[in-house]
Design a protein around this ligand. Structure first.
Ligand SMILES: NC(=O)c1ccc[n+]([C@@H]2O[C@H](COP(=O)([O-])OP(=O)(O)OC[C@H]3O[C@@H](n4cnc5c(N)ncnc54)[C@H](OP(=O)(O)O)[C@@H]3O)[C@@H](O)[C@H]2O)c1
Length: 364
């Protein structure tokens, strides 16, 4: 009998996550059982929960109890039981999983590279969340950990930079980037390197040394120092914090020199942003990487996009993962017991940006 566990988040207080035992999933024809090898948790996973209702993330992995939801995470798994002839036992995949030991899936659209989980409840979100890429049999734990942490974040950084580049960077003379210590933020600064405009970091006091040490920003400032920034320069705001009060201060400080407000993240927001007609300057535009990927697919550009993306990702991972000066330290968690504490840290903001949390839910 396989022992299966799942971590569920209390929807009314996303700082609370609980480990529950679940029955071993029984397979019907066409289904497979994945044993989750390794997944990452960053603040991004908390945002999936914050947007759980608004963007449909709660639908992907149903919780066992009313009032709870399953926070999704990116990682690797191996198929350990199969009633789908085209996805045999031993297949390794990378994709989207609950914080759990196992996941039952119904592979559809099976190709030599990937399949899509066609389970009935997995609807209403962009396809990237249901896609599982086949992986080599031999795992490289450090590489896999870095991919699990950075892939969903760096693909956002990369596509957000594409989006701005396609619009001539809105003629920015400077980029101001909030929650600059987040991986998505410094990935974006890295991807904007072909614009001459300086990338200016906004961060909390406790993270200023970390941000300065990254080397991706021209200067770093605490949130309280916003008014010291040059308001005569044409500015693009890349918002990873999602903090409405900070947004208001940014709009008021830069006034008509604010060329564009690109809302990418919500590290400091507790819900989906509401329209604010009283805001000075351009209305924030929500950038959603998953929809951008769907758009590339609709235009038949997925393959060429992935080729150039993979080159950029490899260079970025070499940079942030260089052994002599890694941007993050990998923190390996065995089992799922630590998940509640790590999630609480994302919720109350005590999380250390220098930590990369990796879980091996089935390791002894
Ligand atoms: N739009 C999209 O398609 C898309 C895709 C991927 C990620 N994102 C978003 O990008 C954001 C960053 O994600 P990440 O995984 O890169 O983050 P991360 O590396 O885990 O970043 C951690 C940083 O976020 C800030 N932070 C986190 N929790 C906080 C809290 N409770 N209160 C105050 N500050 C907090 C702090 O930065 P500071 O001290 O510097 O503020 C902290 O150092 C998330 O909101 C995520 O959802 C968006």
């Amino acid at each position: 009998m396989t022992r299966c566990f799942l971590v569920e988040s209390l929807k009314s207080d996303l700082g609370v996550a609980e480990l529950v035992g679940i029955p071993t999933p029984q397979l019907d024809d066409g289904e497979v059982l994945a044993r989750i090898e390794r997944f990452a948790l960053t603040t991004n996973n908390m945002t999936y929960a914050v947007y759980g209702d608004a963007l449909g993330y709660w639908n992907l992995f149903p919780a066992t109890r009313t009032g709870y939801g399953c926070m999704p995470a990116w990682g690797y798994a191996e198929i350990i039981d199969s009633k789908a002839s085209d996805v045999p036992v031993g297949t390794r995949v990378f994709g989207y999983f609950p914080i759990a030991t196992h996941l039952k899936m119904r592979p559809t659209k099976v190709t030599s590279r990937s399949f899509v989980d066609g389970a009935g409840h997995r609807t209403g979100t962009p396809e990237v969340y249901n896609l599982y890429e086949l992986q080599p049999q031999e795992a490289d734990p450090r590489h896999d950990s870095l991919i699990a942490i950075y892939r969903p974040l760096f693909i956002t950084s990369y596509t957000a930079a594409d989006y701005l580049r396609d619009r001539d960077f809105f003629d920015a003379e400077q980029f101001v980037i909030s929650s600059a210590s987040s991986k998505t933020a410094y990935g974006t600064a890295y991807c904007l390197a072909d614009s001459q405009a300086p990338k200016i970091a906004l961060t909390s006091a406790r993270n200023i040394d970390f941000v300065n040490g990254l080397g991706h920003y021209a200067t770093a400032h605490e949130y309280t120092d916003l008014t010291s920034l040059d308001a005569t320069k044409r500015t693009v705001y890349v918002d990873l914090s999602g903090d409405p009060a900070l947004r208001r201060r940014v709009h008021e400080h830069f006034g008509d020199r604010l060329a564009f407000d690109c809302l990418v993240g919500s590290t400091q927001a507790d819900g989906f942003p509401e329209e604010d007609a009283s805001l000075v300057g351009p209305a924030p535009v929500f950038f959603f990487a998953a929809l951008q990927l769907d758009a590339y697919k609709a235009e038949g550009q997925s393959r060429t996009f992935m080729q150039r993306y993979q080159r950029a990702e490899r260079d970025f991972l070499e940079h942030v993962g260089r052994p002599e000066r890694p941007a993050i330290e990998l923190i390996e968690h065995t089992g799922l017991e630590d998940a509640a504490t790590v999630i609480a840290g994302f919720h109350d903001g005590s999380t250390d940006p220098a930590a990369g949390h990796i879980f091996s839910p089935n390791a002894e």
